[in-house]
Design a protein around this ligand. Structure first.
Ligand SMILES: [Zn+2]
Length: 434
């Protein structure tokens, strides 16, 4: 779910949506004989087959402690490597470890049973009356890229904890367990891998293997950094992070939009129907260097111009897809040796391309590859690397969740719109459990 986060008033409502979602999920539980354990039907006073009408009564009986929630968001933002109002919190650094303790402490205060896995994904479970049923989960991340804001990811973690608190205060007892998840390293800042924690939960074995030899910019290995933060204690236990399919019955993530659409339109709630599928590619060209004055134009094999031409080809192929949903970006373009009077002998590009249609995006990647080969040939340079770093499948939101968020938005008189999440979050990987 995306949202526009502008003031505490909207915060109240947005979190209520999250709360209501969490509550709704329990309607799938079967009838229970114990009168002290209330079904959503009993809790709301509405029969569940009258679609979403139970939201009406439920919403009016719940109250979010916005003051405490805002205080916690502000407190968490102080665990930062850069001064306020910016937040910088990088995986397994001292501030990250302190922030993790803060979250675990809050989960404990909410009476959740807390578990951490080998890479530091943190799970706080409110055990339902029928603990054997797959839980409903919600959550996000708290790591922060350098000089970011205090709401990215944090809203989805602290908001989820408050949602649990609201339900507890109201006297609700879940039949299906409810769980708050704080995912490790959604941001790629330290090890170049986005959504590291949720990718591992999704059981990507190649990642578990790669992480055993991955180092950061300071040559500190992933495993050493994880151990210094108290994780990955056994040498080969990264595969212990993998979750079995069916571990959760539903997952929803509350997140800031990270785009301008909702704010520009003055719309409060973005109901995400699909998450665009990202892919990233690394490309290297190698040509011949030489003096910028001494080597005449017909004799050049300029690796820099090959990179420039490929950057333009990326834009061309993306635009040719015919869909506004196809996007491509060359965010990194490096030239070697990088001197004004030296013909670039090497160039390096990193390309990000996304789409909600996996086939269309993959066809763009193939065209980029073909262009790279042709450009290298025409310019007499070598295409020394064309590496697809990741090529993730897109995700579609579950209909029942879309409908639940829509019903809650309507009930709370919040403006809302259906939209595609073009930024991706941990939900993209949690979607693999269905
Ligand atoms: Zn985020």
């Amino acid at each position: 779910m995306s949202l526009r986060f502008c003031n505490s008033h909207s915060l109240y409502h947005l979190l209520l949506v999250l709360v209501i979602f969490c509550s709704i999920s329990t309607i799938y539980a079967e009838a229970n004989e114990d009168p002290t354990i209330r079904t959503m039907e009993a809790f709301s006073g509405y029969p569940i087959h009258e679609s979403n009408s139970f939201v009406t009564n439920l919403a009016s009986s719940l109250s979010v402690d916005t003051e405490t929630l805002q205080k916690r968001i502000d407190e968490l933002s102080t665990f930062s490597d850069t001064p306020a109002p910016s937040v910088t919190r990088v995986l397994y650094t001292e501030n990250d470890v302190l922030a993790r303790s803060y979250i675990k402490n809050l989960m404990g205060l909410s009476g959740l049973s807390v578990r951490e896995d080998a890479v530091g994904n943190i799970f706080g479970r409110w055990i339902g009356n029928e603990a054997e049923l797959a839980p409903v989960a919600t959550g996000s991340h708290i790591d922060a890229i350098p000089y970011s804001g205090k709401y990215d990811g944090v809203v989805g973690v602290l908001g989820a904890i408050e949602a649990i608190n609201v339900l507890k205060r109201s006297g609700f007892k879940p039949r299906r367990s409810l769980e708050v998840i704080m995912f490790t390293s959604e941001e790629p800042t330290r090890y170049g891998i986005s959504c590291l924690g949720s990718r591992l939960l999704a059981g990507i074995e190649s990642l578990a293997k790669d992480l055993t030899s991955t180092v950061d910019g300071q040559n500190i290995s992933f495993l050493d950094a994880a151990r210094s933060a108290g994780y990955a204690k056994e040498p080969n236990d990264l595969s212990s992070v993998f979750l079995k399919k069916g571990s959760y019955s539903a997952f929803v993530e509350l997140h800031i939009e990270q785009g301008p659409i909702l704010e520009e339109e003055g719309t409060s709630i973005g109901i995400v129907t699909a998450i665009a599928a990202p892919a990233s590619i690394k490309v290297d060209f190698e040509g011949n260097g030489g003096h910028a004055g001494a080597v005449l134009m017909p004799n050049r094999n300029d690796a820099g111009l090959a990179a420039a031409e490929l950057a333009l080809a990326v834009e061309k192929h993306v635009l040719e897809s015919g869909s506004i949903d196809t996007v491509g970006t060359v965010g990194i373009l490096e030239l070697h040796p990088g001197a004004i009077n030296s013909i670039p002998s090497k160039s390096h590009l990193e390309i990000d391309t996304r789409d909600i249609d996996e086939k269309r995006r993959n066809s763009v990647i193939e065209k980029i590859h073909q262009s790279a080969i042709t450009i290298a040939k025409n310019r007499g340079v070598t295409l020394s690397e064309f590496k697809i770093v990741n090529q993730d499948p897109p995700a579609l939101s579950e209909k029942s969740i879309i409908e639940a968020v829509e019903a809650a938005s309507k009930e709370l008189n919040l403006t809302h719109k259906f939209m595609i999440s073009r930024a991706y979050h941990d939900s993209l990987f949690m979607a693999r459990y269905r």
